[in-house]
Design a protein around this ligand. Structure first.
Ligand code: TRP
Length: 337
């Protein structure tokens, strides 16, 4: 067992399960860097149990889970250095979620922005799982006593609640859990190519991690930029342009400075700017496309990683649950005579 601080994170298997550029730049790339630093013991789950809070096709779910796991590995998570697993393979998450639910205030859950949004979006299915989603999320993290949680900024509120839940548990039953903190990426939020909303597959505005070069080029051609800049020669405003934001995340800093200057002066048109972005994207995506193709050809490799990852995760999770049940007095003992 290692005594390095632990990190935990996860993503839901949605759509085909395979991830997009927003997932990569907003979180996954950060995970890969953290693993490569070797300062942490890292665990990453495909959080399939969370994905059951909205209606889905059970026949498709295994493919989605596979697609997300494959994306993690193709993006560069090294299974020799971290555990990659499926949440539902470690049932201790569920058990801990029940106990944590008993120290979670209804009012706190009612304030969660994601709950308000989702219960608006899925009016015909506002189930209690959607409501207690953040409790399961707290359990995901606390079952490993993880202190560092690399996520996108939309999850900060859930992390605050996880800390509050840990504090309440500790106050009532004794010190068991450390308080987990979010670790945000430096990359600003990536909008979809429509420029209207956050990148997401369901909105059909995403650049997907395994899109081929042609598809990427085509999608970028139609991508929304600075509306003031219609022709070469017009002065642009890179600070409000999503294509520029992607450049800052993917292109060499020196070249980004040139792009910034030439966009503002009008010397660089959107078409050429996008062509440069295609190059940067291909540089970043090529190794991932190759790894994804290799894994698709040999799916057993993905399944092996998931099995080993779950075994390691369960070892830790089971030890935590022994401690939790003990702290909560969940055992029989004859009263003193
Ligand atoms: N709620 C997260 C999301 O929608 C996914 C998630 C579930 C998660 N459990 C987690 C993220 C634990 C970090 C830690 O993106």
């Amino acid at each position: 067992m290692s005594n390095r601080p632990r990190i935990f994170s996860g993503m839901q298997p949605t759509g085909s399960g395979e991830l997009h550029l927003g997932n990569y730049l907003g979180a996954l790339r950060n995970w890969v860097e953290l693993v490569d630093q070797q300062k942490y013991e890292a665990l990453f789950a495909v959080v399939d149990s969370h994905a059951t809070t909205v209606e889905y096709d059970p026949k498709q779910m295994p493919h989605r889970i596979f697609g997300t796991a494959l994306s993690y590995l193709a993006a560069g998570l090294d299974p020799e250095r971290c555990s990659v697993f499926i949440q539902s393979d470690v049932p201790e998450h569920m058990e801990l979620a029940w106990y944590l639910g008993t120290v979670t205030a209804m009012g706190d859950l009612q304030r969660m922005t994601q709950f308000k949004e989702k219960s608006d979006q899925y009016k015909q299915n506002v189930n209690s799982g959607l409501f207690t989603y953040p409790v399961l999320m707290a359990a995901d993290i606390l079952v490993y006593k993880a202190t560092v949680v690399p996520v996108g900024d939309d999850q900060v509120q859930h992390l605050e609640l996880s800390r509050e839940i840990a504090r309440r548990f500790n106050a009532r039953y004794g010190q068991v859990f450390p308080e987990p903190k979010p670790l945000l990426t430096k990359t600003p939020r990536i909008m979809g190519i429509d420029g209207k909303a956050k990148m997401s597959k369901s909105r059909g505005n995403s650049i997907d991690l395994f899109d081929d070069a042609k598809t990427v080029e085509k999608k970028l051609k139609g991508a929304f930029t600075d509306p003031a800049k219609l022709r070469l020669g017009d002065a642009g405003h890179p600070e409000i342009c999503n294509v520029f934001t992607m450049h800052t995340a993917l292109t060499d800093a020196a070249l980004v400075a040139d792009i910034d200057r030439d966009c503002r002066s009008g010397a660089l048109g959107c078409g050429d700017c996008k062509k440069r972005l295609v190059q940067s994207l291909n540089t970043a995506l090529d190794p991932m496309r190759e790894r994804a193709a290799a894994l698709r050809a040999e799916p057993a490799r993905v399944l092996d990683v998931l099995r080993d990852g779950a075994a390691r995760a369960r070892e830790i999770a089971q030890a935590t649950l022994v401690e939790v049940r003990d702290a909560m007095g969940m055992r029989a003992e004859a009263p003193p005579r």
